[in-house]
Design a protein around this ligand. Structure first.
Ligand SMILES: Nc1ncnc2c1ncn2[C@@H]1O[C@H](COP(=O)(O)OP(=O)(O)OP(=O)(O)O)[C@@H](O)[C@H]1O
Ligand SMILES: [Mg+2]
Length: 250
């Protein structure tokens, strides 16, 4: 179990016109571990995870999940396989309320007089249950999520991932917009998920958080993966040098 790669990318590449955002990345993500992806702005981190989650179609290369090719360019198929992603920019539909977001693309229906109608009550109850379970306080679940705070939206996204029994949760800067209290709540949630066997991939600029909670640290530099280190075998200095220059200490 220790070294099993649950996600593996082979020569994964994304070009936008003349710009190579992600350049032939070979990376193994270990099952049951917390892996941090770090790197400067524009290093290709978000683009990389969007190819895993199906938001972007790779220009070339492949993604394997549990040894099998992952569907490309199909976010719902990827979610249905147990990989949930919480994005920096596009996690929730702001016009929809909390239950509609949690059940987005996987709505629950019931039959009434022969008609198939949305089971709003079920979705509301289930949303309430998961939010309570996570001790997440949201004034009203029926408000559009656009009126929630950044931290509350983050929490709803995490709640959705947990509700659908994600095996892998990918988070793009989950604590960037959060206050101190919400930050430690999210870190607690991440460690909790790990103890339940969930594999976590987290993009972060916060070196102290990375060294506090992660097992492995992957460094991106100008679209390339320039380092994949066990936390116990590296230092903040080494990671900082990799982020800034693309080269390790020697
Ligand atoms: N949809 C897009 N169209 C064109 N170029 C893009 C697109 N998305 C990203 N890029 C470019 O690809 C490169 C990598 O961007 P990406 O968002 O993956 O970086 P990042 O490592 O997530 O940065 P940050 O830490 O600032 O979030 C950047 O140069 C960016 O301008
Ligand atoms: Mg990004």
């Amino acid at each position: 179990m220790d070294d099993k790669a649950i996600i593996a990318t082979k020569e994964l590449t994304k070009r936008f016109g003349g710009l190579t955002a992600v350049d032939a990345v070979d990376l193994d993500i270990q099952e049951g571990k917390i892996t941090a992806i770090v790197g400067g702005n524009g290093a290709g981190k978000s683009t990389f995870i969007k190819m895993i989650s199906g938001v972007y179609q790779p220009t070339s290369g492949q993604v394997f999940y549990d040894g099998k090719p992952l569907p490309v360019g199909d976010p719902l198929a990827v979610r249905n396989l147990g990989i949930e992603t919480i994005y920096q920019d596009l996690s929730l539909i702001e016009l929809l309320d909390v239950p509609d977001n949690i059940f987005l693309g996987r709505e629950k229906y019931r039959k009434m007089m022969g008609f198939r109608i949305l089971d709003k009550e079920f979705m509301l109850q289930e949303s309430r249950r998961i939010m309570d379970e996570l001790k997440i306080r949201i004034p009203s679940l029926s408000l559009s999520t656009g009126s929630l705070s950044g931290g509350q939206r983050q929490a709803v996204s995490i709640g959705r991932a947990i509700y659908w029994n994600a095996k892998v949760i990918i988070m793009d800067e989950p604590t960037a917009a959060l206050g101190i209290q919400e930050k430690s709540k999210v870190k607690e949630l991440i460690l909790d998920l790990k103890s339940q066997g969930v594999t976590i991939i987290v993009i972060s600029h916060e070196m102290s958080d990375v060294f506090e909670i992660c097992d492995n640290i992957v460094v991106f530099f100008q679209g390339q993966c320039v380092g994949n280190k066990e936390k116990e075998k590296t230092t903040i200095d080494e990671i900082a040098k990799l982020i800034i220059t693309g080269q390790g200490l020697n």
